[in-house]
Design a protein. Structure first.
Length: 325
């Protein structure tokens, strides 16, 4: 089966009725571009930069960050590379005394909140990202947005970083795209405003599920309740897709849902055209897409979205996936 999958490595991911889906790779360290390319990914949809900051006592400086981002941008030349700014806190802690131990880290000073509270960290990362944008198709992705105020402050800091590079006459992509993660229910419910204010959206289903269902994604005791098919989760994803469509902005899923072949048909049927996942899932997800008809999937998705009982959704998903899985 693995050999069979290898045959579709360079095949474009497209449904039988001609709807193209971009399958991108999630990476955590620059060396991951090797597996990303080997998987046939058409870009990096999520580069989690926090791994550059973890398990060390000192923060990486601008040059070290620049070299890491540039490496990925150059290695993926011709393809987009979406680099997420530092998403520290909760399940990903820094080894530094700068982070105060929070009573509830998942609801604490993490990700964009942390970076806005420590603007020098944001400034350094923005400068490194902007400098790397000269060497490839770099896009910037902001994690854990919940308010428009955060977005405005972020844009201000990004502009400040651009201005500092202009003054030093250091080259960067003046048209670099800025996207936001939709992974807090408030952002999904308010997705219209984020779609309007950003160049693209990316749905972080790992956190979106955690926050919507009040289930710690790392707690085994409640793992059986962590379900991406919960109707509330699906409706938040739908809201986000609709907002993106309304403002004609690209939207992707970069949480684990994107790499789950049981969910490929549903996501495509809901209108998702970009999925970013661990490279090891790309070929099997592509295989699902190659066997599907979008006009069938969209009808099935509509039916699923009309249901409010998870116990009715699950068997229907099984039925729709049919013999293919
Ligand atoms: C997510 O929350 O779905 C996501 C992609 O980000 P992370 O898993 O790094 O929190
Ligand atoms: Mg997340």
């Amino acid at each position: 089966a693995k050999q069979k999958l290898q045959r579709i490595k360079t095949t474009k991911a497209m449904t039988v009725d001609g709807v193209a889906i971009d399958l991108l790779a999630n990476i955590e360290v620059p060396e991951d571009v090797i597996s990303a390319k080997a998987s046939g990914a058409v870009g990096v949809g999520l580069y989690r930069t926090e791994f550059l900051f973890m398990n060390r006592t000192e923060m990486p400086d601008e040059q070290e960050q620049f070299e890491a981002y540039k490496h990925v941008a150059e290695a993926m030349k011709g393809y987009p590379v979406t680099i997420r700014t530092l998403d520290i806190g909760a399940d990903k802690q820094l080894n530094s005394d700068e982070v105060v131990t929070a009573t509830n880290p998942a609801l604490g000073l993490r990700a964009v909140r942390y970076c806005l509270a420590e603007p020098h960290i944001f400034h350094t990362q923005f400068r490194a990202l902007l400098r790397a944008s000269h060497y490839g198709q770099v896009k910037i992705l902001i994690p854990m947005l919940s308010t428009l105020a955060e977005l405005r402050q972020t844009k201000l800091l990004l502009e400040r970083a651009k201005e500092s590079l202009r003054q030093q006459q250091l080259p960067f992509d003046e048209h670099i795209q800025l996207g936001g993660m939709i992974e807090i229910p408030a952002a999904a419910i308010n997705a219209d405003a984020f779609a309007q204010g950003l160049d693209f959206l990316s749905i972080g289903t790992n956190d979106l599920i955690q926050y919507t269902l009040a289930i710690d994604r790392a707690d085994d005791a409640v793992a059986h309740l962590y379900n991406p098919l919960h109707p509330a989760v699906l409706r938040l994803i739908q809201l986000t897709i609709q907002a993106a469509e309304k403002y004609q902005k690209p939207v992707s899923v970069c949480g684990e849902m994107a790499g789950d072949i049981k969910l490929t048909r549903l996501l495509v049927g809901m209108g998702m055209r970009q999925l970013s996942m661990h490279p090891s899932h790309i070929l099997s997800v592509k295989s699902q897409i190659l066997q599907s008809e979008e006009n069938v999937l969209s009808k099935q998705a509509k039916k699923i979205l009309s249901l409010s009982d998870l116990d009715k959704i699950e068997p229907l998903i099984k039925k729709y996936n049919g013999e293919m899985l």
